[in-house]
Ligand binder design. Sequence first.
Ligand code: PLP
Length: 404
Amino acid sequence: MSNHKQISETIAQRLNRIVESETIAMAKLGRALAAEGKPIINLSFGEPDFRTPDHIKQAAIDAINQNFTYYTPVAGIPDLKEAVKLKFKRDNNLEYNTDQIVVSTGAKNSIMNTVLALVNPGDEVIIPQPYWVSYSDMVNLAEGVCVFINTSIDEHYKITPQQLEEAITPKTKLFMFSSPNNPSGMIYNESELKAFAEVFERHPHVYILSDEIYEHINFNEKHYSIANYGTLINRTITVNGVSKAFSMTGWRIGYIGAPKEIAFACEKLQSQFTSGTNSIAQKAAIAALLGVMQPTYDMRTAFHSRRDLCYNLLKDVEGIKLLNPDGAFYLFPDISHFIGKSYKNYTIHNSQDLCMYILNEFYVVTVAGSAFGNDHCIRLSYATNEDNLTIAINRIKEALSLLK
Ligand SMILES: Cc1ncc(COP(=O)(O)O)c(C=O)c1O
């Protein structure tokens, strides 16, 4: 795969510190096979397969018709920042002023800004595994040092306050996590977040990046934000966006609520990198944040029923260990049982081998757990319709049953 190629002398050294996003690389491979006419089903996508709701699209059409097509203030238009402020208060009980809010080109851009704004070369960044695919590369790009905390399916992919405390050193600058989590789908509940907050109160030099992009795709209890506890609002960067909640991945709007100094640093970076995000998409994001939430709730209901379908299809497969996720739209089965097994000319040494076998022989695109820091698992996205999911999972079952 392109990921581990040595980069030529033409390309700057810093590019050697990162790899192409594995989820994007797998989707590319899937598209190439589909173009050859193979009956590909793609379970690699990290995006809802629903339409952006009409009232949001209409706001963008209106923006174009009103010639709202010029550069905007770098950190976002005032009415969008006001909408984000309201949203933080309404949904998360967080009081961020508009000068603490920066709107960016997707949550990915928000996270990269934050990492570049905070992390000096050699600074340690604590990341629980499994983590969203880009976290480690972003830290590497900033020349930070990733300090991973391992978890496994037996701990429900959750870290404990003790593990967190043990990972903190005088060099720790940042702790980054997502809840609901991509790829595991697990969610930290209120008491777990409070326990982390108690640890952070003892270590006031550590900043916290709380990635809450899957906030609304949550099947059980209410969503909680870590910035609510103790004094953490003063050093938490709360990241969110419209991609997952409103099926707006292509619109590229993310945002942060952060201490003023950090928000200003992100704005400064953005003033040189992007000049702020798309004017039309910003108007659409206002409609999303302030408009009716029913389309989001309907989407969540659909994800819930797909989660049940996929979980039930996979849970009894011999050799698979599986959790029933609380949120997001992924399953993260443990496939350790199949390591060392073979079929035809395939021998499975790791999660990547298993994904390539399933792709090449059974035409289902999945993503190796190694991309998320856990080589015992693979990630399946259920952001596709139930017929596709049923066919794809049955193909995966057949693939696994042939491995001896
Ligand atoms: C955990 C997590 N954070 C952030 C993002 C980035 O979202 P956006 O589309 O807003 O850049 C994703 C997208 O897959 C994600 O899974």
